[in-house]
Design a protein around this ligand. Structure first.
Ligand SMILES: Nc1ncnc2c1ncn2[C@@H]1O[C@H](COP(=O)(O)OP(=O)(O)OP(=O)(O)O)[C@@H](O)[C@H]1O
Length: 289
């Protein structure tokens, strides 16, 4: 077993058995890569991009990964979407006492990415083509579980349910809120956060979107800006990796009524024949509450 720092790029390096077969040297590098030789080729897993998490099963470490289907290094275990497959990379240290070192180093590396660990997930069974529960079960749940994320699931039971939950809940027990829905639930969540007494802190809560509505404008534009195709798997991976960007929220006052808009606002100017006055009215704000 090599000690940490024994080679320039090595954080930890040790003899292991890969997928129950080849015995080889496995190295965790300071760049966050797992490198090994499978007998013919040099193999590599990039922790930040490809590793979701890991679990220990007896004397083995099962590393949960997502890789592009053409590149794979071991057996396919998951469903395919947008060229991505979930795969387990299993290794077993030859020296049993290095298991804890491996776990510690892998954990330290994954923790350094600042990924969310506890998520509140809203699923709207009513939005779009009513596919949100299936999207959640097929893509979101398995990927979040591979990443070791603690999930609190909340199916929305009626209009404004998400807004009600968010406006009164304990926020500090979550690292983020995810909407498996269209844009409507996201806007409810933003409005719920902004209606709170502690709104200026509450609005800093990271929000994630998984496309399961009709137009999914927000998640499409976010993934497009990141150069990724809009799919539930890609959106779930962006949530797991903790990718963030700040967005503006517009406040609209209409008389005594206040609206918060994160996506779009449309209005029209109508003449009022009775009063001979011109009124500015909101004629469409499908993503405002
Ligand atoms: N159980 C439910 N029954 C009826 N309506 C619901 C329920 N849960 C949520 N809603 C309402 O459904 C509305 C639409 O939801 P959502 O945004 O998910 O889908 P969408 O409007 O079809 O998609 P998009 O906003 O992308 O066009 C929300 O504004 C929400 O208030």
């Amino acid at each position: 077993m090599d000690e940490p720092g024994s080679s320039p790029q090595s954080v930890f390096s040790d003899r292991v058995k890969i997928n129950g077969a080849v015995t080889t040297q496995l190295t965790l590098t300071s760049e966050g890569k797992l490198r090994w030789n499978d007998g013919e080729d040099q193999r590599c897993l990039v922790l930040e991009k490809q590793v979701l998490g890991f679990v220990v099963e007896g004397t083995k470490v099962v590393v949960k990964t997502v890789v592009h289907s053409e590149g794979g290094c071991c057996g396919c275990i998951g469903s395919r979407e947008a060229g991505l497959v979930r795969k387990d990379f299993v290794f077993e240290p030859v020296h049993g006492d290095s298991l804890n070192f491996w776990c510690q180093h892998l954990r330290d590396h994954l923790d350094s990415f600042g990924r969310p660990k506890r998520l509140l997930v809203f699923v709207n069974p009513y939005g779009g083509k009513r596919i949100a529960p299936k999207v959640y079960l097929d893509y979101v749940k398995p990927l979040l579980e591979d990443a070791g994320v603690q999930i609190t699931l909340q199916e929305t039971m009626h209009r404004h349910h998400a807004k009600e939950v968010v406006s009164s809940m304990e926020l500090s027990i979550y690292d983020g809120i995810v909407c498996v829905s269209g844009d409507g639930i996201l806007v409810e969540v933003v409005n719920g956060l902004l209606e709170r007494q502690d709104w200026s802190d509450a609005i800093k809560m990271p929000l994630g979107m998984i496309p399961a509505g009709t137009s999914n404008g927000m998640v499409k534009s976010l993934l497009d800006a990141a150069g990724e195709p809009c799919s539930p798997a890609n959106a779930a991976l962006a949530v797991i990796r903790g990718h963030r960007c700040s967005l503006d929220v517009a406040t609209i006052l209409q008389g005594e009524t206040k609206y918060y808009s994160v996506l779009m606002l449309a209005w029209g100017i109508l003449s009022d024949p009775a009063s001979q006055q011109i009124q500015i009215v909101k004629i469409q704000s499908s993503h405002n509450c």
